[in-house]
Ligand binder design. Structure first.
Ligand code: SF4
Ligand code: SF4
Length: 393
């Protein structure tokens, strides 16, 4: 048992979210953490009930409660269905912030923090190695690092440092090259976007990262930034203006890969002509879908590819189940994470698709682990890979 109470939440106790909860339980059955444990204490309703008691009785935050708060993918399914419209996503972030105030953040989150502070990335690796992911496309990239251009590509830590994810970035560079786009990459000046701080509830620690990135982009004259990682995209598109004000991002648009490709299709700059005879089920990443309401463009891109058959899963768009990798769950509770991804893979099989696709390096990691763990035959492909293959690049 810690000694600190939920002081910040208690200060606003009269209108605080646990008191608003009607305990209807609609959030329970959509929660991947509840579905993994079948314990009401792990459901959003159960956690809110316990929070209510802790706040009203001003009791210290129990360690097991702090652990339960991190057994959550921050998928937002509870917020989507909540009958009393509680803004649960931001609320869970605020609870995590107080858990850090109480010194009860999980060790792995502290390690991420230390790594970002000392190395500017989540892997605690040398920033000089940040561009290793471009090895296969270095002829296209080499003169573009830190050069002024209207378009920038932001790879993010996962694509930059995890070799298995590097092809996602390479694919995007190949598409830029195919389109003749003049683009820039920040290189060693690309730092962690701050996502671990946002999901850990520590906005203040991400401020310097945000200011650094926005200043760099402005110095280079960038007007459009393209992302393959929804976590990075959401950091720039939502959290930076939330922290620093809307004027901080004025004149720059932030596009996930799907929106960028859909834009190119609509402008007539890109056309798919080759047959791509695959049956694909689309998984909506939580940080693009429920968090930012971006659903249509990926489907627009897939539907523009001749021969491709797109299948919807029973739970898709705002009802999509999580891949299991969000909210730092993969680091804090890897076994729970892989069980959640396994359930999504089983749901994919029911569509008859042979490929599960999404646009998210974190989803890709989760699904690769889930496929290995379940022994299922289905393949995972990132949208960037499908686009490159369909274009024959
Ligand atoms: S965000 Fe997702 S995992 Fe977390 S409590 Fe809500 S439904 Fe459950
Ligand atoms: S859906 Fe909303 S009101 Fe109903 S139990 Fe869940 S958090 Fe409470």
């Amino acid at each position: 048992m810690g000694t600190k109470t939920f002081e910040r939440l208690r200060e606003s106790a009269l209108d605080v979210e646990p008191l608003v909860c009607a305990r209807c339980g609609f959030c329970t059955f959509v929660c991947p953490a509840y579905n993994d444990t079948l314990w009401d204490s792990q459901s959003p309703r159960g956690k809110l009930y316990q929070l209510r008691e802790l706040i009203l009785k001003n009791q210290p935050i129990p360690e097991d409660f702090a652990e339960r708060i991190f057994k959550c993918t921050l998928c937002g399914a509870c917020q989507e269905i909540c009958q009393t419209k509680i803004p649960l996503l931001t609320f869970w972030q605020k609870v995590r912030q107080e858990i850090n105030d109480a010194g009860l953040w999980p060790k792995v989150v502290h390690l991420l923090d230390e790594s970002i502070q000392s190395s500017k990335n989540i892997m605690d690796l040398d920033q000089e190695d940040r561009m290793l992911w471009t090895d296969m496309v270095d002829d296209i990239v080499e003169d573009r690092i830190d050069k002024p251009a209207k378009v920038a590509y932001f790879a993010g830590c996962n694509i930059s440092f995890k070799g298995t994810l590097a092809p996602i970035g390479e694919n995007t560079i190949k598409v830029f090259d195919h389109l003749g786009i003049d683009f820039t990459i920040l290189g060693e000046e690309e730092y962690c976007c701050g996502n671990p701080y946002f999901v850990g509830g520590e906005w203040d620690k991400a401020k310097e990262l945000a200011i650094h990135h926005l200043n760099k982009l402005k110095d280079l004259g960038v007007k459009t930034v393209v992302f393959n990682c929804p976590g990075c995209h959401r950091a720039f598109n939502e959290e930076y203006p939330h922290m620093l004000g809307k004027e901080s991002v004025a004149g720059i648009e932030f596009l996930p890969f799907s929106q960028f490709i859909a834009w190119m299709l609509r402008e007539g700059k890109l056309k798919f002509t080759k047959e791509y005879n695959e049956v694909i089920a689309w998984h909506d990443p939580c940080e693009l879908g429920r968090h930012q309401n971006i659903y249509d463009e990926a489907r627009e891109v897939l539907n523009a590819i001749p021969g491709l058959v797109l299948r919807e899963m029973k739970h898709s768009r705002n009802k999509a189940d999580c891949c299991g990798g969000g909210g730092l769950l993969k680091g804090t509770n890897p076994l729970m994470s892989v069980r959640i991804s396994g359930r999504r893979i089983e749901a994919t099989e029911k569509t008859g698709a042979t490929i599960l696709a999404s646009e998210c390096p974190s989803c890709m990691m989760s699904f690769m682990d889930g496929i290995e763990n379940t022994g299922k035959k289905i393949k995972f492909k990132d949208l960037s890979q499908i686009v490159v293959e369909a274009l024959g690049l």
